[in-house]
Design a protein around this ligand. Structure first.
Ligand code: PLP
Ligand code: SF4
Length: 347
């Protein structure tokens, strides 16, 4: 059974004062920790990086002026409550607001964990109709919440509705189940996706720390990859969890070794109550620079920020161009990752 109260949690962990004084916030996610994830937490370490991701503290109750409920302006880009159309060629469908376990850093906390449940048949059909009329939309993120909280049968019906409208739509299954409760992922679930194979599926995971990659989670992801569904990982850069080049290097190498391509490393969004997790941008860029030296191209995630007021995602990689060419010379002055300079001529 999952842990949903501080009282239950105190049987497993000696709660700190900051943890004990957490109050559920109006814009916040509930307390819920799966048995699986709890078993990975070191009870002797109050600053365990896994514990930080799921055990709330009173620092969640602090709101900064620069933070807001919905910095990505998802509501402004929504069609109905569930479909977010921010980019021309791709959309996000919020299949449910429920997760099997809630991350304290959740960026979609305006929506997540409000106990609304899964999208109704009508909401799904309206979203499918929207997609049917817009062939320029080529990809859909099936997200939430965690879409795999739906039963296999509900998912089958939901995907069937989208597939009927758009057999050519690439669907990304965005889920943290391989981390939170890998036993949810079964041959039956993967076979259900495969029955809707008129266009590809991609699995998008969220591993933030190498200790989350357990034999069970690796098995769960393998079921997808073995079935021909590629896996990509989106980590969030989190203070006291993974704001360290050694940890991220280890995470990315382990992901790659287990056929999960590191895709994004997100700068923490300016969401209310998540200040405790935010890493200064300069520090993030230092880590990114260091990772670029240590990781292969395949193992290197893109460090990105999703800008406030719905500005969208931008890469935050270092600038390697020192000087653009003047008209006569036509040569660029460029910095190497090691910090030397080279000239790259246009012709
Ligand atoms: C991040 C995001 C996407 C996907 O963007 P990619 O850069 O293609 O991964 C799509 N829709 C919304 C609303 C998003 O926030
Ligand atoms: S799994 Fe995703 S939606 Fe659910 S709480 Fe974590 S970050 Fe939020």
């Amino acid at each position: 059974m999952a842990i949903t109260t501080l009282e239950q949690l105190s049987k497993y962990l000696d709660l700190t004062e900051e943890e004990k004084s957490w109050k559920p916030a109006s814009v916040g996610v509930p307390l819920c920790i799966t048995e699986h994830y709890l078993s990975l937490i070191d009870p002797k370490d109050p600053s365990d990086p896994l514990r930080r991701q799921v055990v709330p503290t009173c620092r969640e109750n602090e709101n900064l002026q620069s933070e807001s409920k919905d910095p990505l302006a998802e509501v402004d880009h929504s069609h109905g409550e569930r479909l977010v159309h921010r980019y021309m060629n791709r959309v996000a469908f919020l299949a449910t607001d429920i997760c099997p376990m809630y991350c304290r850093h959740c960026f979609r906390r305006r929506f997540t964990g409000n106990m609304m449940g899964s999208a109704s048949r009508q909401e799904t059909e309206e979203a499918a109709l929207y997609l049917k009329d817009r062939p320029q939309i080529r990809e859909m993120l099936l997200t939430g919440g965690d879409p795999l909280t739906l039963s296999d049968m509900q998912l089958d019906e939901m995907i069937g509705t989208f597939r009927k409208a758009r057999p050519d739509l690439i669907i990304r299954i965005c889920t943290r189940y391989p981390v939170s409760q890998p036993s949810r992922i079964t041959d039956r679930l993967v076979a259900m996706f495969k029955r809707h194979d008129s266009a590809p599926f991609y699995l998008m995971t969220q591993f933030n720390h190498p200790r989350e990659l357990t034999p069970e989670s690796i098995r769960a992801v393998s079921l997808f990859v073995d079935a021909g569904i590629p896996a990509l990982n989106q980590s969030v850069l989190l203070r006291g969890v993974n704001d360290d080049a050694d940890i991220l290097e280890d995470l990315c190498n382990k992901l790659l070794f287990n056929r999960i391509k590191p895709y994004y490393l997100f700068q923490g969004d300016m969401v209310s109550g998540t200040g405790d997790f935010r890493v200064p941008l300069r520090r993030g860029m230092e880590i990114e620079k260091e990772l670029r030296l240590r990781l292969s191209g395949l193992g290197m995630p893109n460090y990105v920020a999703d800008l406030p007021q719905g500005g969208g995602k931008v890469p935050l990689c270092g600038n390697y161009i020192i000087e653009e060419p003047d008209k006569e010379k036509g040569s660029w002055l460029i910095r190497t990752p090691e910090g030397e300079t080279r000239i790259l001529a246009d012709s």
